[in-house]
Design a protein around this ligand. Structure first.
Ligand code: MRU
Length: 374
């Protein structure tokens, strides 16, 4: 996407051919900073501290992390250590495990001397595929927006989204945002409600920032305002992203998504989830039990960071001393609340048969619940 006049992605190989460049998302929206990653440990830290975040970008960064690791040491043990280091960074987004499996498959049978180059080739493919996949998601999602727009006689289509499933969460275009950017670029009247997404405010700080840069009309709302807006007919559809989708279509996404789905269901507002196929975990059927839900540090909830009137970035405490704090990062929306899954192969129903039919090559794996796990 464009930052000012410059076409940008969220991650790239630096001109030295030996390091990565990323946009440091922890400094947005008030500071636009580029950070260079030179080692596996740099990549692991960038994922853990959320300088890079969002399921598809986490997977892509991990893939490049394997490349950097193999540049330093291409031995089998080093490859295993690198995978163990990266998979331990964050537990919920399945794109991380998917990317590591892809990278291992791409290099494990190669002579050591060829491994780093093969890893770079595969990581580059994963990045390119992510962009093409999101464009396809954009085209399929655009049809949904166009149908609603046709009924609105020129009035804006109001889309509500949660967290950031934008180009900042992917290599480019985003998942939930791709249809929004395509509709906007096509001149469809459109407006986005961006839920702030406490505690890390991905909606208020990242989604608003990227929509603003693209000129898409938007309004930042408190997370708890979504239900009220739906109840009063101010929302035409909800589009969110996903960190893991099970074989039966249960969707794990940023904490608070489930509450939006309940409100959408109660108010008959279409609720769509946009995702690339690497986000589907066919090993799991039932989402509320089997998906690991990340719990992050308490200070993400007990403090908040922002810009002071004189431009300084400050973090302040908002919770009284001594209060217990819990910080769940994700929740699961059961398939029955989902109007459709917007994937690179089209809009499909959130059920086992439709997912298996759309992705037969991936659906072959036997779900954990069917296997006697040792
Ligand atoms: O904790 P984050 O910021 O990595 O969570 C991101 C989300 O929940 C996104 O909605 C999801 O990863 C999809 S990104 C296309």
């Amino acid at each position: 996407m464009k930052i000012g006049a410059k076409q940008m992605r969220t991650i790239w190989v630096e001109p030295d051919g030996a390091s990565l460049g990323i946009i440091d998302q922890t400094q947005l929206p008030h500071r636009f900073a580029i950070v260079r990653l030179e080692t596996l440990e740099d990549v692991a830290r960038a994922i853990k501290t959320m300088q890079v975040r969002g399921a598809p970008l986490i997977g892509t960064a991990a893939a490049y992390g394997i490349w950097l690791a193999l540049r330093a040491d291409a031995a089998d043990e080093a490859l295993e250590r690198a995978c163990a280091t990266l998979v331990a960074t964050r537990p919920t987004a399945v794109n991380l495990a998917w990317a590591l499996e892809e990278m291992q498959a791409a290099v494990r049978n190669r002579p050591r001397a060829e491994r780093a180059e093969a890893a770079l080739r595969r990581a580059t493919e994963i990045a390119q595929d992510d962009v093409a996949t999101n464009q396809a998601i954009g085209r399929h999602g655009l049809e949904i927006i166009e149908k609603i727009s046709a009924r609105k006689n020129g009035k804006p289509v109001n889309v509500l989204t949660h967290c950031n499933a934008g180009w900042l969460a992917t290599v480019d275009w985003g998942t939930a945002t791709a249809p929004i950017y395509m509709a906007h670029d096509k001149g469809l009247p459109l407006h986005v409600f961006a839920g702030e997404t406490r505690p890390r405010n991905q909606g208020a700080s990242l989604t608003a920032w990227e929509l603003g840069h693209h000129g898409v009309p938007h309004t930042v709302i408190a997370d708890n305002a979504g239900g009220h807006l739906m109840q009063h007919g101010h929302v035409d559809l909800v589009i969110v992203g996903a960190d893991r989708v099970t074989a039966q279509g249960d969707v794990c996404n940023k904490i608070g998504t489930y509450l939006k789905a309940l409100a959408a269901h109660d108010n008959k507002v279409p609720f769509y989830v946009a995702l690339p196929s690497p986000t589907i975990d066919f090993r799991i059927i039932e989402g509320t039990g089997d998906i690991p839900i990340e719990q992050r540090a308490a200070d993400e909830v007990s403090t908040i960071t922002g810009k002071t009137k004189d431009g300084r970035i400050e973090t302040v405490q908002i919770v009284p001393d001594g209060s217990q704090v819990a910080n769940y990062g994700f929740d699961v929306t059961p398939a029955r609340f989902i109007s459709g899954l917007i994937t690179e192969r089209g809009v499909i129903a959130a059920n086992r048969a439709a997912l298996a039919q759309a992705f037969p090559e991936r659906a072959e794996v036997r779900p954990k619940s069917d296997r006697r796990i040792s």
